[in-house]
Design a protein around this ligand. Structure first.
Ligand SMILES: *Cc1c(COP(=O)(O)O)cnc(C)c1O
Length: 377
């Protein structure tokens, strides 16, 4: 079976983890955490990067930093992972789902403004598959209405929009380093703090509501409980694994993009039968995933089982949140669901991971083509 994902491993991970153990510093915020954070700050040009225990906890932190009060509203797409919504719901906020664009599967920026009410506090831009949302428009709308913008860039590490790294454009950017993402630490993530004035509070929230970070910098002579917070620090063992990945960030990115383009070229003549991913002008994606959109749900079901019977794993993605039990309870869909349900039912993903071999790619390509009765030359 050619699996859908194999977690990335570059070779240095074990050395780094051994080094962390030998240094007797395995809790959070040691040398490996610092090196990962500095790597991101330098590479992506953000004021502050803070490692977290997951992409979900990065979103949780971002929603706390937005100062959401019960009854406030957060605008987001329904075609996303539950974490995007649950972070808002944990603060007592209501999710207002807006339809997606059929080309990128991202929130439709032209439908956001109509969903804004006096209770709206924030917009979450989810960059699906590492392809950017239309950020210029989203930022303009947000500034006009005094809203905060959170980028759920869980899938978008190393991707960019008009030359800016995804995660650095909104007020807060949230990355995931889960084993299914392009760069991994097992479970983990990071929040990018893009405005200087939010850094101190972010550090406090991440450290159980204490001013411990200031204490370690010698800015206060004892540390104390000053705000709400949680334990958002990952262990040095996880950070050590991540650093080995970040060391190889370009190699991993190029390897994935190579696989992506191989698929993309190989399916050009299937465009009468399937819809291929769209990457708008100005967006540089990171080959987080490669999807095909079939005619409808029933053809997709047939396609997935055809591939499975021939040893290729293909998996569909989100069931729209507004039609899930919690989505019905905690949110509402604004406007018409023109594309969210229809497009999500057509979409399925092909095997895509760092180190996917050319032979396996060829098998995937031949199998997909044979489903449509096409030979592979
Ligand atoms: C993976 C993912 C998350 C959650 O990240 P975890 O690290 O698994 O908590 C959130 N949003 C999106 C869009 C994701 O793909």
């Amino acid at each position: 079976m050619i699996g859908f994902n194999i977690p990335p491993c570059t070779g240095r991970e074990e050395d780094y983890i051994r080094e962390a153990i030998a240094s007797h510093h395995i809790c959070g915020d040691g040398p490996f955490t610092k090196r990962c954070a500095e790597w991101m700050e330098n590479r992506f040009h953000t004021e502050k990067a803070l490692l977290t225990t997951s992409g979900t906890s990065a979103l949780d932190m971002a929603m706390i930093l937005c100062d959401l009060k019960p009854g406030d509203e957060v605008i987001l797409p329904s075609f996303t992972f539950s974490s995007t919504a649950t972070a808002a719901v944990m603060r007592g906020a209501v999710c207002v789902f807006v339809d997606i664009r059929p080309d990128t599967m991202n929130i439709d920026e032209t439908k956001i403004e109509a969903a804004i009410t006096e209770k709206t506090k924030a917009i979450v831009a989810v960059h699906y598959g590492g392809v950017a949302c239309e950020m210029d428009t989203i930022m303009k709308i947000a500034r006009r209405h005094h809203l905060l913008v959170i980028e759920d860039a869980a899938q978008a590490v190393m991707a960019s929009y008009k030359g800016k790294a995804l995660g650095t454009i909104g007020d807060f950017g949230c990355y995931s380093f889960h084993e299914t993402k392009n760069y991994s630490m097992g479970e983990g993530g990071a929040i990018l703090i893009n405005r200087k004035e939010d850094i101190e509070r972010a550090e406090i929230i991440r450290e159980k509501g204490t001013n411990r970070a200031r204490f370690f910098r010698g800015q206060v002579d004892k540390y104390t409980w000053v705000d709400v917070g949680d334990s958002f620090l990952p262990s040095e063992l996880n950070a050590a694994y991540l650093l080995a990945q970040l060391d190889q960030a370009d190699a991993i990115n190029e390897d994935r993009l190579g696989s992506w383009h191989h698929y993309y070229e190989a399916f050009q003549d299937l465009k009468d039968r399937v819809t291929l991913p769209v990457v708008p002008e100005g967006c540089r994606h990171n080959a987080h995933l490669f999807y095909l959109k079939l005619r409808d749900l029933s053809e997709r079901t047939e396609f997935i089982s055809y591939l499975k019977s021939r040893g290729v794993q293909s998996v569909f993605h989100y069931v729209p949140l507004h039609s899930s039990p919690a989505g019905e309870q905690f949110g509402r869909f604004h406007g018409e669901d023109r594309y969210t349900t229809k497009e999500s039912e057509r979409l399925t993903r092909l095997p895509m991971y760092y180190g996917l071999t050319e032979a396996d790619r060829m098998t995937v390509i031949e199998t997909v083509r044979s489903f449509f009765g096409r030979e592979t030359s």
